[in-house]
Design a protein around this ligand. Structure first.
Ligand code: ATP
Ligand code: MG
Length: 251
């Protein structure tokens, strides 16, 4: 069954399903003889167009939650509905297709291919999506221009600053036009100014309709989102609208 058909089936009568609905998510890892619960019963709903930050101390389960949100990993217990379609336990190939269609990922360490140019890096997800070479190149170029790197397309990652590498990673995450951008500590390796440039890009993407979920340790970055979810020991301990949103110092 296609995702579209399945979505039609499970649309509640009172309207559209939530974009993301996690219920009772538990994630356990076996370590030696023991078991670690990285997530311990997480309920979370994220709707279209939201800008959410996820905060919590080291080891609280933020990255694990992002991996499950982005269908990079599956939960041990609980359910995950995406657009009303139960994706909790799909085979790997299906999950890969959903990832490619719905999610863009940005990581703290940029994760670019060192042997590919900026332009080629941005083209990678389009190769997986089987887009023709010429179209691919054009789209990658447009996204690099959108992140302000029109003059750096032929540079290799090591010839770019950290902030520029992260902008390449954002262009790569967005080039497939995902509905949700998932970013795990995207500003963690950057200066305040470099980080603010990245936040300002997220803001633009959000204005254009993308949903953004951002993991951060930095309360200033967390308060740049509209809503902040706090984790502790694998559980959601608060989920609030941000009262005073951070204003960036760059204009
Ligand atoms: N692959 C794994 N195998 C075993 N345990 C894991 C694995 N991944 C995470 N954990 C454990 O699960 C818990 C949550 O890890 P997670 O990476 O989600 O934390 P985090 O909130 O992202 O922390 P940080 O802020 O340091 O990145 C930790 O106790 C961690 O040791
Ligand atoms: Mg983490």
């Amino acid at each position: 069954m296609s995702l579209e058909a399945a979505t039609q089936q499970s649309v509640p009568k009172d309207g559209q399903p939530s974009m993301i609905r996690l219920e009772g998510i538990v994630k356990r890892y076996a370590i030696g003889d023991g078991v670690v619960a990285a997530l311990n019963g997480v309920d979370l709903v994220i709707d279209r167009g939201e800008f959410v930050s996820i905060m919590g101390s080291s080891g609280s389960g933020k990255s694990t939650l992002m991996q499950i949100l982005g269908a990079l990993d599956v939960a041990t217990e609980g359910s995950y509905e995406l657009e009303g379609y139960d994706i909790t336990r799909l085979p790997d190939a299906e999950l890969a297709r959903i990832r490619n269609q719905h999610f863009g990922f940005v990581f703290q360490a940029y994760n670019l291919f060192p042997e590919l140019t900026a332009l080629e890096n941005v083209e990678v997800p389009l190769v997986y999506a089987r887009i023709a070479a010429r179209v691919r190149r054009e789209q990658a170029r447009a996204y690099l221009e959108a992140v302000g790197l029109g003059d750096r397309m032929g540079h290799y990652p090591m010839q770019l600053s950290g902030g520029q590498q992260q902008r390449v990673a954002i262009a790569r995450a967005m080039v497939t036009e995902p509905t949700v951008l998932l970013a795990d500590e995207p500003t963690g390796n950057l200066s305040k100014e470099g980080g603010d440039e990245i936040l300002s890009l997220f803001d633009q993407l959000h204005e254009q309709g993308a949903s953004v979920v951002l993991v951060t340790h930095d309360p200033r970055v967390g308060a740049f989102a509209q809503r902040c979810v706090k984790l502790s020991d694998g559980q959601v301990i608060s989920d609030d609208w941000v009262q005073q949103r951070t204003i960036l110092e760059i204009a």
